[in-house]
Design a protein around this ligand. Structure first.
Ligand code: SAM
Length: 294
């Protein structure tokens, strides 16, 4: 069987997946206990076990640690559960704002984008990180809704706090795997665009299968794009840029707006990962493709 991450087979829950799921959930819970959730006073094994079972956000007050549950879990992931801590400010934003502006990617129901964004055209941003660039783009273009998707809990809290502070009503935050979101929860031709800025480059050859931009992923994406929708990718990792160019150019329902890479568009702010890449002397490539009307 192919290890293609977008095939139904790849999403079926394999034997042994529990270990990975528990690790992911445990990561969030550990972060949660560091962010103000009650802690056991004991440093003993029993105390650690108790901490592991504490939910970070009880009673549906924040993003779920494992929103898609068992049957939608992907075997090959394009992300790694990260152990960074949720700050008190981020946790506060998540507790207060998640039920209004957040959405768990549980893979169980369709999202009505018109209802969620009051009829605005909606672009999906996959992997917003800490969300600074997302907030800037939302502020610069209030007539476009941004469905911002990531698994990174501190970033989700940070983006909600930024949205609140800057009075941005055109951002919603989706928690979980973007592939499940696209496949199970978004209607065909419902998106006005896709943004993927500085996705994890997975530089080791044995990890290349984890890269997000692959033929099957892009063909899934194009089913969710309205005719004329823009696909905008950027990376500072040269071999990944080449892969993006090859994959996007080979997709028959997309057309490149430029002969090769695109000039950096004014509307894309500097992102955190881009800054880190530039500090290392990396060259940044943007790619801009349009969904054809077929
Ligand atoms: C390298 S960071 C880039 C963050 C940000 N765009 C920037 O440029 O600073 C990539 C982000 O993509 C997220 N990510 C990777 N695969 C994802 C997926 N399948 N669904 C949702 N988020 C994903 C990771 O959690 C991470 O936050």
């Amino acid at each position: 069987m192919s290890e293609n991450p977008t095939t139904p087979e790849a999403h079926a829950r394999p034997a042994g997946a529990r270990e990975t799921d528990d690790r992911a959930a445990g990561t969030a819970r550990t972060a949660g206990s560091a962010s103000g959730a009650p802690r056991s006073a004991s440093g003993s094994g029993a105390g650690v076990a108790a901490r592991r079972t504490e939910p970070m956000f009880p009673d549906g007050t924040g993003p779920a640690a494992d929103p898609a549950g068992s049957h939608h879990e992907r075997r090959i992931r394009s992300f790694q559960p990260r152990r960074s801590r949720v700050s008190p400010g981020q946790a506060d934003a998540l507790r207060r704002l998640w039920s209004t502006w957040g959405r768990d990617i549980d893979g169980l129901s369709r999202i009505d984008l018109d209802a969620l964004f009051g009829g605005l055209p909606v672009v999906l941003e996959i992997g917003f990180g800490m969300g600074e660039a997302t907030a800037q783009m939302a502020a610069a273009d209030p007539d476009t809704g941004i469905l911002a998707c990531d698994v990174h809990t501190p970033g989700q809290g940070n983006l909600l706090a930024l949205a609140e502070r800057n009075d941005l009503s055109n951002i919603r935050v989706a928690n979980g795997d973007a592939i499940i979101l696209l496949r199970e929860m978004l209607a065909p031709a419902s998106l006005a665009g896709l943004r993927v800025y500085f996705p994890d480059p997975w530089p080791k050859k044995r990890h290349h299968k984890r890269r997000l931009i692959q033929p099957e992923f892009i063909s899934l994406v194009t089913t969710r794009l309205a005719p004329g929708a823009l696909v905008h990718c950027a990376t500072d990792w040269e071999p990944y840029a080449e892969q993006m160019l090859e994959v996007l150019s080979a997709e028959p329902t997309l057309e490149n707006l430029y002969p090769s890479y695109a000039p950096r568009p004014d509307f894309r702010p500097l992102t955190k990962f881009e800054g880190q890449g530039l500090d290392k002397g990396h060259v940044v490539h943007d790619l801009l493709f349009r969904r054809r009307a077929l």
